[in-house]
Design a protein around this ligand. Structure first.
Ligand code: DGJ
Length: 730
């Protein structure tokens, strides 16, 4: 049991092993009492809520108690217009133009398991016994609006999932939802720092951390995708919190489109954190009898700093968000031809790369962009998913079989959501893209975006893709998406629903992904958006891995992968060794470091394998063999970040098996130093009682020594050096 209800105080206690989340119904309002360290449930929950009468600028909704003010009450799903002046969680506009509603508690339900969210990705319970759900029903009689707040907790894990369902009573006049966030939490004080992940194409998910202060820290996407620039995640952390200790409160949104996350410190120092669908350029018409389900927010609590928070997200997202047969399978080592050939290839070239890959032990070949239509550059053919017989005269099936014969599985690139104006698809259906009548259709990379809110578009894509998947032995698909939305409008929606387009696009995309991934469960899908432009939990629900960044430079990747690991598991991150000078930053790094960085993810190579020298081939063979031995540990172990690339010249992280008997430590030193100090690295996560065998040798070091005294880092030569330490308990 993870949820108790105490009727005398009308308190709901949601708890897991180390966390409590406590809600009290006060005068009909759902009030937030506590989220943090586990509280003992002795049945006495009285006297927790502090109230004080304030000046008349904090108005009073109840006549007999001037200490109650919505302006100061810590709430679970606040509204605007009835005297709370902080960020509201929802707002609707009634048919008479007014925007006032007043939700108050009606009923609740507590049950085993976790419900699916209609049409949306979400965390799931594998068995009803592992989770419990609370539904709090709130209603506004005047408008007929009901809001059901959903909370799920898992006994074994320190998080709570939240979402809201807005429904309109039969017979009520229709209304417009102007905002409907997924979660809002009022923290009692403002002694926090706010941490989030930001960047741009080729430098995604860099860590930003700053003190919250009166006013708001707001991150968001208005791009129609979760985006390279801001990830749908925010954490409040105590100023003393580091990797190992101190409190961290994570908010992650399971959604791939426009989002908002905000930390607002108000006049009395309380902090309100809100997360959900971005209300910007959004509204949704709700008719009588209809329901609107918000995306899900996953709120993780950690008393063990950022490391503890990340490990909770990693396990949860790896095992209860990702789905399908590939969820728990070792991920194949792949070779991708993008940076090897770009658009310039033919069947023989591809076969030669695959054969070279087979010799090195690589398991999967991925044919990237350029195999369809007349696509010799990025100016044409998106939408025409028919093989280019000039490049591949015997077709795709023949090529896939040649690759299979060489001993590798075959994978293929698609960019299904896009259309090139120079394509047969666009010529036949110019109204199938997002556009606004009478306005320019702004191109990016010479392409427009198909309107995924349309059933006919989705049916076309399902047909085109499934024909290829059925005809060819395809084991892997890279699902790319290379631009953000402009002129957002749908020819299939009436005028008064145009503001629904961006969200309907996401719902349509999710529907198509569900259809395709469940029809072809054997295919391993990897999501991509110019690298990591849609690296979010929503996409991970359908595709268990994502191409982390188009930036494959080993030094840049340290920051990108370190930042990504704040929320996302290593099993979700595609990481490849690419050529030097690097194609993005023109830096020359060692093959060893490139390999060690890429091994800390779903490993692969993205260069022309036929061009390796004999010496390079030997290094690559060793890397491939090492990864095969280590991937179980890397892909499913607990990750401990030891040194941050954002703080200096060294980076280190380690993967530790669940039973703590095995570990792999990765240490990187970016630039050589003259006459450097002797360095030790204090490890984490080991069993202090065990002795660990070092790198397969007869040397053994005690777990406590490795963690307390540390591991003596061996001397390293030159720039871009790295070393891997493997530990195995006897
Ligand atoms: C962007 C991706 O991130 C790259 O890996 C590659 O697939 C290109 N698109 C192909 O157009």
């Amino acid at each position: 049991m993870s949820i108790t209800h105490h009727p005398s105080e009308n308190v709901f206690h949601l708890f897991s092993k180390e966390m409590s989340y406590v809600i009290q119904i006060v005068r009909g309002y759902p009030v937030h009492l506590h989220w943090g360290k586990r509280l003992r449930d002795d049945g006495n929950w009285s006297g927790m809520l502090q109230l004080a009468e304030r000046a008349s600028f904090s108005p009073n909704p109840v006549a007999d108690d001037y200490r109650v003010s919505l302006d100061t009450l810590p709430q679970e799903y606040p509204q605007y217009g009835t005297s709370d002046f902080r960020e509201p969680a929802y707002q609707v506009q009634l048919s008479d133009g007014t925007r006032i509603t007043e939700l108050s508690y009606r009923s609740h339900r507590i049950y085993a398991g976790k419900p699916k969210l209609e049409g949306l990705p979400a965390v799931y319970a594998e068995a009803d016994g592992e989770a419990q759900t609370l539904e709090l029903e709130l209603a506004d009689d005047y408008s007929g609006l009901t809001v059901t707040l959903l909370y799920t907790v898992f006994e074994e894990r320190n998080f709570v999932t939240r979402s809201a369902r807005l429904s309109l009573r039969e017979g009520a006049p229709g209304l417009r939802i102007r905002r409907a966030l997924s979660a809002s939490v009022d923290f009692h004080d403002g002694d926090y720092e706010c941490l989030y992940l930001t960047g741009a194409w080729a430098r995604e998910r860099h860590i930003e951390r700053r003190r919250v202060a009166p006013g708001a820290t707001r991150i968001e996407s208005r791009r129609g995708a979760s985006s390279h620039t801001m990830n749908p995640f925010m954490a409040l952390v105590r100023p003393n919190a580091d990797e190992d200790q101190g409190e961290a409160f994570g908010f992650s949104l399971v959604y791939s489109g426009n989002f908002l996350a905000q930390a607002e410190v108000e006049q009395f120092g309380m902090t309100r954190v809100s997360i959900g669908l971005n209300p910007f350029d959004f509204s949704w018409k709700l008719e009588a009898g209809e329901t609107f389900q918000t995306p899900e927010a996953v709120l993780v609590y950690s008393a063990e700093g950022l490391g503890g928070m990340s490990r909770t997200y990693h396990r949860l997202y790896r095992t209860r968000l990702c789905r399908g047969v590939h969820r728990d399978r070792p991920r194949p080592i792949l070779a991708n031809n993008w940076e090897a050939t770009y658009f310039d290839f033919n069947a023989d070239k591809i076969e030669s790369i695959a054969k070279a890959g087979a010799e090195l032990g690589i398991e999967l070949f991925v044919l990237d962009d350029g195999w369809f239509g007349k696509r010799d550059n990025d100016h044409s053919s998106l939408g025409d998913w028919v093989v280019d017989r000039k490049k591949l005269p015997n077709g795709l099936r023949d090529l896939a079989e040649r690759v299979n014969k060489a001993g590798l599985q075959f994978g293929l690139w698609f960019e299904p959501e896009m259309v090139s104006p120079d394509s047969d698809l666009y010529r036949a259906h110019p109204d199938w893209c997002l556009h606004v009548p009478g306005r320019r259709r702004t191109e990016a990379r010479h392409q427009l975006i198909l309107d995924m809110s349309r059933q006919d578009v989705r049916d076309y894509l399902y047909g085109a893709l499934s024909e290829i998947f059925s005809a060819c032995p395809i084991s892997y698909v890279k699902w790319d998406m290379n631009r953000n939305m402009s002129e957002i409008g749908s020819a299939a929606l009436p005028e008064d629903r145009q503001l629904e387009t961006a969200h309907r696009y996401m719902l349509g995309l999710y529907e198509l992904l569900e259809r395709i991934t469940s029809s072809f469960p054997h295919i391993l899908f990897e999501s991509c958006s110019g690298g990591g432009g849609r690296f979010d939990p929503g996409m991970l629900y359908y595709m268990p891995q994502t191409w982390t960044s188009d930036d494959t430079d080993a030094v840049e990747r340290l920051k990108i992968q370190y930042g990504t690991s704040i929320v996302y598991p290593v099993s979700a991150m595609g990481a490849h060794v690419s050529d030097v000078p690097n194609h993005q930053v023109h830096r020359v790094t060692s093959l060893t470091m490139r390999g060690d960085v890429a091994m800390s993810g779903n490993f692969g190579y993205e260069l022309d394998l036929t061009k390796f020298s004999g010496e390079e081939k030997e290094i690559v063979k060793q890397q491939v063999a090492a990864y095969k031995e280590l991937r179980g540990l890397i892909q499913t172990g607990d990750m401990y970040r030891l040194k941050s690339p954002f703080e200096g010249n060294e980076t280190a992280w380690t993967f530790v098996s669940e039973d703590r008997r095995e570990a792999a430590v990765f240490y990187f030193r970016t630039l050589a130093e003259p006459n450097p100090p002797l360095r030790r690295l204090k490890l984490r996560g080991l069993d202090p009682e065990l002795a660990y065998r070092v790198n397969g040798s007869d040397d053994r070091i005690a777990g406590d020594r490795l963690m307390v005294y540390g591991w003596n880092i061996p001397p390293l030569q030159g720039d871009f050096a790295s070393v891997v330490l493997r530990l195995q308990a006897e």
